[in-house]
Ligand binder design. Structure first.
Ligand SMILES: Nc1nc2c(c(=O)[nH]1)N[C@H]1C(S)=C(S)[C@@H](COP(=O)(O)OP(=O)(O)OC[C@H]3O[C@@H](n4cnc5c(=O)[nH]c(N)nc54)[C@H](O)[C@@H]3O)O[C@H]1N2
Ligand SMILES: Nc1nc2c(c(=O)[nH]1)N[C@H]1C(S)=C(S)[C@@H](COP(=O)(O)OP(=O)(O)OC[C@H]3O[C@@H](n4cnc5c(=O)[nH]c(N)nc54)[C@H](O)[C@@H]3O)O[C@H]1N2
Ligand SMILES: [Mo]
Length: 780
């Protein structure tokens, strides 16, 4: 039955505003006089502006209107081609395009086999459980092509996803069922945040989020007297509400800072010996290293000061303050998105263990809290809808960020998580719902890698650089053009996502495209199971309804749910997850690690014999080495005006650019050395490439550091060049394409070194949002 609140919401729907959701928040939308209007979810205490990218984006010229095929591929057939990203496009009808693609998929499947198809298709796509592009493409490739080479782990947490199971246990539980914002508001006395917990980041939660609680929780904690300490090169990495003390550190030096703190605790007898004894393994080995007994170098505060740029007395004072308090140590994703990224994640756990607070309310260790709004929340008590991908007939995989290596080095070996693996030989890459020209590093290298393929297929809603490098580009709908169910396991609101606009041009749902392709490969029925979109939604909703009914709770029918403006699911208690259970009774609730305890020394990792990830946290030197030609450290972090590259052509993203370019941040003293003033255009460069950006100056950034967020679309001034200047400000033309270590092979895109200069030339136009002009020659 509908409660009165839901009935109230239904009335609101009658004003034309229909419920919908996105990765950056639930909202409602309507079309009025041809214009899209959006407004945030009424119960969200702290909504953000990212939804304001929708209105201008919906009918923007950057949308893809019809299927297009690259001329060189159309004329010469599949094969390696340097012209990818430099060629013309020929428009085709859907039937022509799908016939060509169906034949090509069959050729590769029946020739080289499904092991020659790379369908990892990494990316965030859109919210909505059914039209989730990754699920759609994986299900299609599994059912119609016999499978595909997949990718494992993520660009978000490539090193911690491999490390944490060895040293703490379940990664999901550590990030999603641990210390919550409720506990911080109530219990924490000190929060020591490495990499901060910037509100720009917790705007976002994959799937959906109905309430942004982070700002309020930090405000409540600070008002209660909780101290926040921010360790970061950027002051904005904690909000004003936290009233944080800012320790500005050299990027990539956190491991040394943590060691300096623990060294101080140990030499002053302030470490929690009882905790270390009972709940950890390997402390004695690590302690000898820490004290310098194994390498002659005590990791004391003076040593740490020289490496981190944080004064030795500040390190000592911080260690003393942390002792005996309900202290929470948080480590952001960003720290591990760099060379040796495993070390700060591991050392953060050791610091928290030495403080003895792990498992207590509001204390201990929380990895990635605040990076995404699904962390630090309660879990739902019933499952949310998921779309089955079926079985993958190919077992091969790569760590996700090794894609260019795979394409450039087929048949060669690499190390990963204790194994020596071989890169497969890929002929065809199929992408739906991701943007490698956003997410991958060293884009000029990626272009070379893509040039080697037989065929690159992309489903996109807009002309991203990835679409421009494809051979076959199929236009897909934007979320507002289709119906779906929005949900997230850590957010109680289940959202009926109503369409508010017709598909753009000839765009079709990924599902419809795959269904028609499956038909050409003899698999339509297996792929669709005979269901329409609406029938799928009802089918996916059913397990949630059944679980509600089984729990004796109101269990609305699909029709009732669909007529509502959202249904609130029950949530589990805020119980601290497996770390609390472990602390309460380590015998009954051992950690899922080899020893059942926190592993300060890991025999497993040590047995792999990797010099870039030894058996305990180790200072392995800085992640990058600035030199005369590239003296600055570039931080390429997440953008605050959009999610990654999505809807970069929207109004909110555009409004915060300068003369059309993404804006970099510099310290005024550094800027002065180069004659750079507020509002100039600058050029950032290194041996891998160069890009332009606007610039803003602030003393809220550490000297020697330049920050340029990711997400401005790659926009080569002259695509024919080998290393063209990106005129728009995509930092991934500068970043390095190497793994974090032989253990995890994670993405290292966060930090690199660059030179900077003022750009005084004629400002090249932004062309990233202009669609390629379709070639007028008829299809071959
Ligand atoms: N230098 C550097 N690089 C980084 C990072 C960094 O810190 N520094 N961060 C990394 C991280 S953490 C991440 S998660 C990645 C993010 O990388 P991605 O997830 O690849 O980035 P998005 O821009 O979200 O790409 C999603 C794409 O899907 C498209 N899309 C949306 N909805 C649909 C749909 O329904 N169907 C289809 N077919 N397409 C759709 C969008 O238009 C967009 O192009 O970037 C990584 N890259
Ligand atoms: N608005 C918005 N929010 C997002 C995203 C987005 O695209 N837009 N992306 C989402 C995704 S997919 C993810 S995975 C998360 C990513 O979460 P994170 O990786 O944590 O986010 P970043 O913004 O890349 O980095 C956070 C901060 O770390 C600091 N930092 C960088 N290097 C160092 C270092 O060596 N030491 C210290 N102490 N600090 C350092 C930087 O100042 C940076 O602002 O964000 C999510 N949230
Ligand atoms: Mo991410």
């Amino acid at each position: 039955m509908l409660d009165s609140k839901t009935a109230e919401r239904n009335r609101e729907t009658e004003t034309g505003f229909a419920p919908h959701t996105s990765h950056w928040g639930a909202f409602s939308a309507r079309m009025r006089a041809g214009e899209l209007e959006v407004r945030p979810h009424e119960d969200d205490p702290d909504p953000n502006q990212i939804i304001q990218n929708f209105p201008a984006a919906l009918r923007h010229r950057a949308r893809i209107a019809r299927p297009m095929v690259r001329r060189g591929w159309l004329e010469n057939g599949p094969g390696a081609d340097e012209r990818r990203g430099r060629d013309e496009f020929v428009p085709l009808s859907w039937n022509e395009a799908l016939d060509l693609l169906g034949k090509e998929l069959a050729r590769v499947r029946d020739g080289a086999g499904p092991g020659a198809i790379f369908g990892g298709s990494y990316g965030w796509a859109s919210a909505g459980r059914f039209h989730h592009a990754q699920s759609q493409i994986h299900r299609f490739l599994n059912i119609a092509c016999g499978g595909y080479v997949k990718s494992v782990n993520s660009y978000s947490s490539g090193s911690s996803q491999v490390l944490i199971p060895h040293i703490i246990g379940d990664y999901e539980g550590l990030t999603k069922r641990n210390v919550t914002w409720e506990q911080i508001a109530e219990h924490s006395e000190i929060v020591l945040a490495f990499g901060g917990m910037a509100l720009k980041n917790s705007m976002v939660a994959g799937g959906s989020v109905s309430k942004h609680v982070e700002r309020g929780a930090m405000r409540r904690a600070a008002e209660r007297g909780c101290d926040f300490v921010l360790v970061s090169p950027l002051r904005v990495d904690l909000p004003d509400e936290a009233k944080a003390e800012w320790l500005s550190c050299i990027p990539g030096s956190d491991t040394a800072l943590m060691m300096g703190i623990v060294h101080t605790l140990v030499t002053e007898g302030k470490h929690d010996r009882a905790f270390l004894e009972r709940f950890t393994v390997g402390w004695p080995v690590f302690e000898r290293y820490l004290l310098g007994e194994t390498d002659g170098q005590p990791k004391n505060a003076a040593w740490a000061a020289a490496l981190t740029g944080v004064a030795a007395d500040a390190i000592v004072a911080l260690a003393r303050r942390l002792h005996g308090k309900r202290t929470l140590v948080t480590v952001s994703h960003s720290l591990q998105r760099a060379v040796h990224g495993e070390q700060p994640v591991w050392m953060g756990m050791v610091l928290a263990a030495a403080l003895g607070q792990i498992g207590l309310p509001g204390g201990g260790y929380n990895y990635a809290l605040g990076a995404i709004a699904y962390y630090g929340r309660r879990y739902n008590a019933v499952p949310v809808p998921t779309f089955s991908q079926e079985k993958n007939g190919v077992r091969d995989y790569i760590p996700v960020a090794r894609i260019a290596d795979m394409l450039l080095h087929p048949g060669e070996t690499y190390r990963y998580n204790g194994q020596t693996r071989v890169y497969p030989e890929i002929k065809l890459v199929y992408w739906a719902g991701g943007n490698p020209f956003h997410h991958h590093q060293d884009l000029n290298r990626l272009r070379k890698a893509f040039a080697r393929l037989d065929t690159l297929v992309v489903h996109e809603l807009a002309w991203t650089a990835t679409a421009r490098h494809a051979d076959i580009v199929l236009p897909c709908t934007m979320t507002l053009e289709r119906e779906d169910i929005g949900a997230n396991s850590n957010d109680p609101l289940l959202v009926p996502m109503h369409p508010v606009a017709a598909p753009y041009g000839e765009a079709r749902d990924d599902y419809a495209i795959f269904a028609d392709l499956a038909e050409r490969l003899g698999a339509r029925e297996a792929f669709t199971e005979g269901r329409s979109v609406r029938q799928w939604l009802e089918h996916l909703y059913e397990p949630t309804r059944e679980a509600l009914a089984a729990a004796g709770l109101p269990a609305p029918s699909f029709t009732e749910f669909w007529a509502s403006k959202g249904y609130l699911l029950p949530q589990q208690p805020d119980d601290g997850g497996y770390l609390r259970a472990f602390r309460d009774d380590p015998g009954a609730n051992p950690l899922p690690t080899p020893s059942g305890r926190l592993e300060i020394y890991s025999e497993t990792i040590a047995s792999f014999g990797e010099s870039d990830c030894p058996g305990h946290p180790t200072w392995l030197g800085p992640a990058y080495v600035p030199d005369k030609t590239t003296p600055y450290v570039l931080i390429a972090n997440q953008p605050r005006t959009r999610l990654h590259s999505q809807l970069d052509f929207g109004a909110h993203s555009s409004a915060l650019k300068h003369r059309g370019r993404e804006v970099a941040t510099m310290h005024p003293d550094d800027a002065k050395l180069h004659g750079i003033s507020e509002g100039d255009i600058i050029q950032l460069s290194n041996e891998r490439g160069a890009c332009l950006a606007g610039v803003t100056l602030t003393d809220g950034i550490r000297r020697g550091v330049i920050q340029l967020p990711t997400g401005a679309w790659y926009d080569p001034a002259d695509p024919q060049e080998d290393k063209p200047l990106c005129v728009h400000g995509n930092p991934n033309v500068l970043t390095r394409d190497i793994g974090t270590s032989a253990l995890a092979q994670g993405c290292t895109g966060q930090l690199t070194t660059v030179q900077v200069q003022r750009f005084d030339g004629n400002l090249p136009p932004i062309q990233a949002f202009d669609p390629p002009i379709p070639s007028d020659t008829a299809a071959a």
